[in-house]
Design a protein around this ligand. Structure first.
Ligand SMILES: Cc1cc2nc3c(=O)[nH]c(=O)nc-3n(C[C@H](O)[C@H](O)[C@H](O)COP(=O)(O)OP(=O)(O)OC[C@H]3O[C@@H](n4cnc5c(N)ncnc54)[C@H](O)[C@@H]3O)c2cc1C
Ligand SMILES: NC(=O)c1ccc[n+]([C@@H]2O[C@H](COP(=O)([O-])OP(=O)(O)OC[C@H]3O[C@@H](n4cnc5c(N)ncnc54)[C@H](OP(=O)(O)O)[C@@H]3O)[C@@H](O)[C@H]2O)c1
Ligand code: HEM
Ligand SMILES: Cc1cc2nc3c(=O)[nH]c(=O)nc-3n(C[C@H](O)[C@H](O)[C@H](O)COP(=O)(O)O)c2cc1C
Length: 1206
């Protein structure tokens, strides 16, 4: 087979030994010079932009045409500045390195070195060697967390770590403590989250203004003192609810914490330039250092202890401390007390000093530039900020010119002057510098921001550098006062919001004047502080009027979600509150979303909403009228719509297709106000195993906005692969808290905002059950025949596919499907790739055990009183079973007895058991919500009590529950899907399934999967082999190419092979019957062992012989001896050329292959990653991001298709 790939050896210019230093790359037909540059750069660890890389032949001639490159054996890489093995820098003295030359101002020392040795220098200070840069391209590489560079606490931060401990600032990226804290704390600092702090920031600015008003107009004030007090109080109050009393009066003494912190921070610089042994000498300096660290720690420990003992202990929304104490990740892991202590110290340090400096420098700079000050004042006037009223976050976000001035201030006076990074893998930097692993690497921010090549006239304060046009001309890494990427400042949005609030309010009230010499920074301080910045503070008398063309600011009610739990006005009586109509829409196929919408609608009624609608998305009245026609003006009248929807392959559920088309109207111009006036919130339901996780809910959320509706509350997401009830509880508790406070409603203790809580009305409701007398033979007959659908499919064969002693079971099940409704074309019942949906049944032993426990007689017939189900979950047995039914049928064909007992069931049982078994009720109650320490005990509980039967055994009191309560609490079982493993042309009347039989063993006990074990137990020929089944079409999602000539690449593991057996049968049929050529089929399959679970192995081997399969590659994960191609993706990679040849054919007249992947979510993700790296290797993409886009494009074109599960 001819491939169109060219192999080249690439090496860095000057390489002596190609065996050792050369790497092979392969390029395809479409490769360009850039492809070669990128591939070679990756192999040779050349980092950063590849634009400066020059390709040369052995003689040093430049190779700038792809054809010339192809004709080479070896291509050498050089850079425009040539490759340098040695990084320049001053000669280092023994022991002290370059310390003397850099003193007394290390910062200035660095600048001198940059000027002398270039943008990358190698320096050493008392044994700490580092490489530092002032160049944006190199800085970009240093700050990007990558395999080459990371943050490791090595240089100056080593000293700060002594008191900031494992806080975010001073912990290595690789440390799990950093990872956890970063993950948990990021959401608390998003621009949206910090909006709730707006008022507090304004109040603290007002308090400071009141103090500054006490100064006489000619009195000199050290302005940094007050900006520091202000920022310290802000972080103390907002972060930890702590007041340091610094703004109480003019002469307020400094807080001991601040003094301690100030001392330690200053000492950190002294200690950095000290020999190691000095730090352990019994000097007063060292003793005081230890005392101050202890003092800081003990103050913070007390703040934490007080909070933990207060009634706000579990309030996650209270402030940052509440968040730290209560936030948990997906594994329910939270921060330890010690870690929280370190974080609090870190936030107190990082959260005030930097912003205080910035404010002081800002006031200084504009006091010297009247024209700039005039523009700043005009902007404040136009936006309508005064010092008497608290500005809103919307006003603050409109201060564009002040943002430009702040950027310029931070450029000239970056509070943090150096970013300490660490090289962890040898590489070649932009500019051609070779750098070795284990080298501390520093971005010298001051040098970067003052680099004249980047900022002409760098010592001139010029906000015009920050117009969007100017900014675009520079590299993003040219301005890094907050650093960037995962290790960038978490508090950037907080700092900027605070700074703008203070500037707006201060300048409205005062004029700050400075008439002394140019102010310098203090080199002995770790942050850039102005020395002796004494200003006078005068009343503002020249504040301008808003300009004529200024957009008048109209305050509007905050509509987004608030992070803060609302404070509810208990004085308002429910009756006096006017509530709008509220509509709950659901897009649901198997009932989850419908259930949640129904729960929310019940809650709405309980809270006093009168006009409540619950309906399918497609039945929403607005779809008929084409636009929202309700009130638009006053907030309280406007309709609120809450959408709960799932998604299927990224598409809408069946009952939301009309709704989806309506959303697409936002593509057309003129529809921006179709939903004007409407308010909405979305809760999305999905499963993370799907690449298209939450696609449709996300679309709903953004398109409703595009159509003019107003987002009332931030959308929520529930993952059915995780603890979806918990996701829903969490979101709805916040949603209701927000809603109730928005409309001024009182939360009653008796009505919980948490849906599954036993205090909810639904939980105390029971269905009314009537038993039917045997004399009513008509109803008895109906009862015996009521089995949740029609039994329509007959099992005709059921064989084991596993061999040897694999210990597992996979069944080959053949089913007569002639009675099913067709989903195929042209008389075919189905198409290859379609699914069969099977309704499982509980086994008789389980059914009997449950009936016995709950005192139900299996062959009695009952009927649910339909008037009693209003308000019950639509997925409850009571709401689902219609008409007479035997208990046996209800427990066999309807009841979900094997899933873990849901929070809803537990809440329900708790409500019923409060009086008769209060202790059990209490246990169940505690499981519906996290406890006071925010520990969610539910996940552990259901490990122990996996099913209703386990619960029955562990808590016999539940058996006191009556039948009506049982029917209201217990849910209905869900159908299961199976990929059809046959072709309708080969087996027109049959559908074959390959069913992996689930058999979980926990603590020695077997838990068979409901549907797979039900199917495995079907004995062909017996009367009970009749199943309830339905076809589900995969058209447009996982269907064979329309044209038989198109090659197919099929990749699967385990039972994921099912649809491919169908595809191959179909191809075999096409071989015999197609008039034209039939495309190649490449098959990749993964299983454990050749002699055990290579299912359908003989059939596939036969297809190879017949030529239906052109290449079959099997990976064995547990073969003895182990194979080096363990998983299917390893086989894919090993056969990349063959795949690429078919996927991107050199001959344009040939049809490109279609790729299909089927099986587990994990496998499909790994295969996708393999395709990404192939795309890079073959030159279709230059990096991961582009490779991802490449695959996305293939997916859009249906050239790469996935069908995945669990
Ligand atoms: C589109 C699609 C196609 C599919 N095609 C196939 C196919 O061709 N072949 C195939 O074999 N499968 C296929 N499946 C998977 C199939 O639908 C079933 O999910 C699978 O058979 C398991 O179902 P079950 O009822 O036997 O197991 P379940 O009872 O649903 O149990 C499955 C797992 O859920 C968890 N679980 C269940 N109950 C509890 C509990 N009480 N406590 C704790 N954990 C619990 C366990 O991890 C258990 O292993 C497909 C799925 C989809 C969505
Ligand atoms: N098929 C059965 O006989 C059977 C029997 C009982 C239960 N089940 C259950 O049914 C479900 C599906 O079973 P199945 O037969 O379809 O698959 P499977 O047998 O569980 O797995 C098929 C192959 O995929 C491999 N694999 C695991 N992770 C992978 C990844 N990230 N990328 C690529 N390959 C990966 C497995 O290797 P390793 O397992 O060696 O890692 C195995 O070789 C599972 O939940 C299983 O527990 C199946
Ligand atoms: C103008 C104000 C600020 C500036 C210039 C600034 C600058 C920086 C810089 C440069 C870093 C990266 C340090 C490094 O790489 O070593 C950083 C990190 C950090 N900053 Fe800020 N900061 C400011 C305000 C704030 C505020 C207000 C907070 C908290 C409320 C804060 C909290 C933090 C934290 C916790 C980190 C460590 C993040 C991590 O690595 O995960 N900062 N800051
Ligand atoms: C065939 C199929 C396709 C699915 N596709 C997606 C998907 O693309 N994205 C997603 O987030 N979830 C997907 N899911 C998961 C469903 O959204 C999830 O099962 C949800 O609980 C269904 O909600 P419903 O019961 O309201 O229909 C899919 C489920 C199935 C069975």
């Amino acid at each position: 087979m001819s491939t169109n790939l060219t192999s080249l050896i690439v090496a860095v210019k000057g390489a002596q030994d190609l065996e050792e230093e050369g790497y092979i790359i392969q390029i395809g037909n479409g490769a360009s010079v850039d492809t070669v540059r990128n591939l070679a750069a990756e192999k040779l660890d050349i980092v950063g932009s590849t634009a400066n890389i020059v390709l040369e032949d052995a003689e040093g001639n430049t190779l700038d045409e792809i054809d010339r490159i192809r004709s080479q054996k070896v291509v050498y890489l050089n850079t425009k500045d040539s490759i340098k093995s040695v990084i320049p820098g001053p000669t280092k003295l023994p022991y002290i390195g370059n310390l003397y030359e850099m003193m007394p101002d290390m910062n200035a020392g660095f600048l001198r070195f940059f000027e002398k040795y270039g943008p990358l220098i190698d320096v050493s200070i008392l044994g700490t060697r580092m490489v530092a840069t002032c160049d944006p391209d190199i800085a970009e590489v240093f700050v990007k967390e990558s395999e080459y560079f990371t943050k490791k606490i090595k240089t100056t931060l080593k000293e700060i770590k002594l008191f900031a401990g494992q806080g975010l600032f001073t912990t290595d990226t690789s440390d799990p403590d950093w990872k956890l804290a970063h993950k948990l704390l990021m959401p608390a600092f998003s621009p949206r989250a910090i909006k709730v702090y707006q008022n507090e920031m304004g109040i603290i600015a007002q308090e400071t203004i009141r103090i500054l008003e006490q100064y006489k107009p000619d009195e000199k004030v050290e302005i940094l003192h007050w900006t520091t007090n202000l920022t310290f109080e802000t972080i103390g109050k907002i972060g930890f609810g702590y007041e340091f009393g610094l703004l109480e009066k003019r002469e307020a003494p400094p807080h001991p914490f601040i003094e301690a912190m100030g001392y330690c921070l200053k000492q950190s610089i002294v200690r950095f330039s000290q020999a190691q042994f000095m730090k352990s000498l019994p000097l007063e300096m060292n003793r005081r250092y230890d005392r101050e660290v202890n003092l800081m720690h003990s103050i913070v420990d007390k703040v934490i202890k007080d909070r933990k003992e207060s009634e706000d202990a579990t309030d996650i929304e209270k402030d940052l401390l509440g968040f730290m104490l209560n936030a948990r990740d997906e594994h329910h892991q939270g921060l330890s007390d010690e870690n929280i202590r370190d974080q609090v110290v870190t936030f107190l340090i990082a959260g005030h000093d930097t912003t205080a400096n910035t404010l002081a420098w800002f006031l200084y700079e504009i006091s010297r530039q009247p024209e700039i000050e005039a523009k700043v004042l005009q902007e404040i006037a136009n936006v309508g900020i005064t010092h008497t009223e608290l500005p809103s976050s919307e006003q603050i976000s409109r201060l564009k010119y002040i943002s430009m001035c702040l950027k310029e201030t931070l450029r000239m006076h970056p509070p943090v002057r150096m970013l300490g990074k660490y090289c962890q893998k040898d590489c070649i930097l932009p500019g051609g510098y070779k750098i070795e692993a284990d080298t501390p690497s520093v971005v010298h921010l001051y040098g970067l921001h003052m680099n004249p090549k980047v900022y002409p006239d760098p010592y001139n304060f010029d906000p015009e550098r920050w117009t969007p046009e100017e900014e675009q001309k520079r590299s993003k890494a040219a301005w890094l006062p907050f650093s960037t990427g995962p290790r960038g400042c978490i508090g950037m949005a907080f700092a900027l919001q605070e700074a703008k609030t203070v500037i707006g309010m201060f300048l409205h009230r005062f004029k700050f004047c400075y008439d002394g010499p140019a102010v310098k920074y203090d080199p002995k301080q770790p942050t850039t502080k102005p020395v002796d910045l004494f200003m006078t503070i005068q009343n503002r008398t020249d504040f301008p009027e808003p300009s004529a063309d200024a957009e008048v600011y109209e305050p509007k009610e905050a509509s987004g979600p608030t992070k803060e739990m609302p404070k509810l006005d208990r004085s308002i009586e429910m009756a006096s509150v006017k509530l709008p109509p509220i509509t709950f829409l659901y897009g649901s196929q198997t009932g989850t979303s419908q259930d949640y919408a129904s729960v929310l609608s019940n809650q709405a009624r309980q809270f006093g909403f009168k006009d409540v609608t619950l309906t399918d998305m497609d039945k929403w009245k607005v779809l008929d009228s084409g636009k929202y026609e309700g009130p638009t003006g006053v907030n309280e009248d406007r309709e609120l719509v809450v959408v709960c929807t799932a998604t299927y392959n990224g598409m809408p559920p069946d009952n939301a297709e009309r709704f989806d088309k309506f959303l697409d109207k936002s593509d057309a111009q003129g529809n921006e106000r179709l939903l004007h006036g409407l308010q909405y919130a979305v809760f999305g339901i999905g499963n993370k195993n799907w690449r298209t996780y939450q696609y449709f809910p996300i679309k709903v959320d953004s398109r409703l906005d595009d159509l003019g509706a107003e987002r009332f509350f931030l959308s929520g997401k529930g993952d059915t692969d995780g603890d979806i009830d918990s996701d829903f509880n969490d979101w709805s508790a916040h949603f209701w808290s927000h809603t109730l406070s928005h409309y001024g409603l009182v939360i009653s203790k008796d009505i919980s905002v948490v849906p599954s809580s036993s205090t909810n009305k639904e939980a105390s409701q029971a269905a009314v059950v009537h038993y039917i007398s045997p004399s009513d033979t008509e109803k008895w007959d109906l009862g015996f025949n009521n089995r949740n659908g029609t039994h329509n499919a007959i099992v005709i064969e059921n064989k084991e596919l596993q061999q040897g002693d694999s210990g597992r079971s996979t069944r080959d099940i053949r089913i007569d499907v002639t009675k099913l409704e067709s989903v195929g074309d042209n008389d075919l019942l189905y198409l290859p790739g379609d699914h069969l949906e099977v309704m499982p049944e509980n086994d008789p032993e389980t059914v009997e055990a449950v009936a016995l426990g709950f005192g139900m007689v299996l062959d009695s017939v009952f009927e649910i009183d339909q008037s009693s189900i209003v308000g019950l979950s639509p997925r409850s047995l009571a709401a689902t079973i219609k008409g007479p039914c035997t208990i046996r049928n209800a427990l066999t064909c309807y009841a979900d007895l094997l899933s873990p007992p849901s929070r809803r069931i537990l809440g329900y049982f708790a409500a019923q058991l409060h009086k008769i078994a209060p202790e059990t009720a209490e246990v169940f109650d505690s499981l519906t919500m996290p406890d006071v320490n925010n520990k969610d005990q539910y996940p552990e509980f259901i490990k122990k009590y996996r099913t209703l039967l386990d619960l029955q055994k562990g808590f016999p009191q539940v058996q006191k529950i009556e039948i009506g309560q049982f029917m209201a609490a217990v849910g209905v079982m869900q159908p299961r899907r199976y990929s059809i493993a046959s072709s309708p042309h080969m087996f027109p009347k049959e559908a074959h399934l390959a069913v992996g039989v689930v058999d979980d063993v926990v603590n020695g006990k077997h838990y068979p999967g409901l549907a797979s074990s039900f199917l495995a137990h079907q004995i062909p020929g017996e009367s009970k082999t009749v199943l309830r089944a339905k076809f589900k079409s995969s058209k447009g999602v996982f269907e064979m190419p329309a044209d038989a000539e198109t090659p197919m690449i099929m990749i699967s593991a385990g039972t994921g092979i099912s649809p491919f057996r169908g595809f191959l049968q179909e191809r075999a049929y096409q071989y015999k019957h197609a008039s034209g050529p039939v495309g190649e089929c490449l098959v990749f399959f993964g299983c454990r062992r050749e002699d055990q679970d290579r299912i359908y192995g003989d059939e596939f081997d036969e297809y190879v012989k017949e030529g239906v399969i052109s290449g079959l590659h099997v990976a064995y994960s547990r073969q003895i001896p182990p194979s080096n191609r363990k998983y299917v993706q390893h086989q894919v990679l090993a056969n990349a050329n063959e795949i690429w040849r078919l996927l991107v054919p050199a001959d344009e007249t040939k049809k490109p292959a279609v790729v299909y992947i089927c099986g587990s979510g994990a496998m499909s993700r790994d295969v996708r990653a393999t395709f990404r790296s192939m795309a890079i290797s073959f030159g279709a993409a230059k990096d991961e991001e582009e490779a991802d886009k490449f695959i996305q494009k293939l997916m859009q074109d249906h050239q790469y298709n996935e069908d995945v599960w669990g």
